[in-house]
Design a protein around this ligand. Structure first.
Ligand code: SAH
Length: 245
């Protein structure tokens, strides 16, 4: 009697232990993502703490894997509070500046956005993560190719990347609800202002040794321009340097 009772009891314990293992392995299908913690800290300590409030910008930046878009040797610094070299004498902007500029665009899902200066593709990924349709132009061929490849690899394959001089924009897809330039021209490129939709916003660094972010808003009445904060970007090259207007 005892034996027949104990046997099912032991079986029950074994089944319970097996079930527990099964539950634990379902609950933890993969290693915890340490980069998610790094992104949360980046958003809280570098971005929110400096006054960026747009919840959609904060959400996008807590999702986009910045470490996947920097060169391998820079990965340990991907979430640091600074710009990083991405090769070919170019840089990926400091996370706070990406957040600040993106917030200025006041994006809505489905907005059409032009970026000049794809670089690593990080800014383009943040815009895409916010639901924008993104066209991005990069003048250094190797960077354009690398960004297009990296963006596709991490799932942002809907971003349109083109190699070329962004000075004349991308007229086939104009007008844009927002335009962001991430290299500094000596003055605002007029062809880009013309590709801005009425109600659209453009943000860009302007200047040479001293640069500041400028916000251009196109309204029914015309174009309004305001000065934001001092910044330091790589120079915009190409036609804008040849005295084009
Ligand atoms: N938005 C980028 C930052 C890139 S740095 C990122 O998130 O990583 C600025 C980039 O602008 C550089 O890659 C540089 O090659 C590019 N650039 C400079 N002048 C340009 C031009 N006239 N047209 C397009 N890209 C340009």
């Amino acid at each position: 009697m005892n034996r027949t009772r104990r046997a099912p009891g032991t079986l029950c314990v074994l089944l319970a232990v097996a079930a527990l293992f099964a539950v634990v392995s379902i609950a933890e299908p993969e290693a915890p993502d340490e980069t998610a913690d790094a992104r949360q800290r980046m958003v809280r300590d570098q971005i929110e703490s400096r006054g960026v409030e747009d919840a959609r910008v904060l959400a996008a930046m807590s999702k986009v894997p910045r470490h996947e878009l920097v060169p391998a040797e820079m990965r340990p610094h991907a979430y640091s509070d600074r710009p990083l070299p991405i090769g070919l004498r170019q840089t990926i902007s400091q996370p706070y500046i990406v957040a600040y500029m993106t917030e200025q665009l006041k994006l809505e899902a489905g907005d059409r956005v032009l970026e000049v200066g794809t670089g690593s593709g990080y800014q383009a990924a943040v815009l895409a993560q916010m639901g924008a349709e993104v066209w991005s132009i990069e003048i250094v061929p190797e960077l354009a190719q690398r960004a297009a490849r990296d963006l596709a690899r991490i799932g942002y394959d809907e971003v349109h990347v083109r190699e070329g001089d962004g000075y004349r924009g991308w007229p086939e897809h104009a007008p844009f609800d927002a335009i962001i330039i991430t290299a500094a021209p000596p003055r605002v490129p007029q062809p880009l202002v013309e590709q801005l939709a009425v109600g659209g916003r453009m943000v860009l660094p302007v200047g040479e040794n001293y640069q500041e972010l400028v916000l251009i808003e196109r309204t029914e009445k015309g174009v309004e321009r305001s000065r934001l904060i001092p910044v330091r970007f790589v120079p915009m090259t190409g036609e804008v340097r040849r005295g084009g207007e």
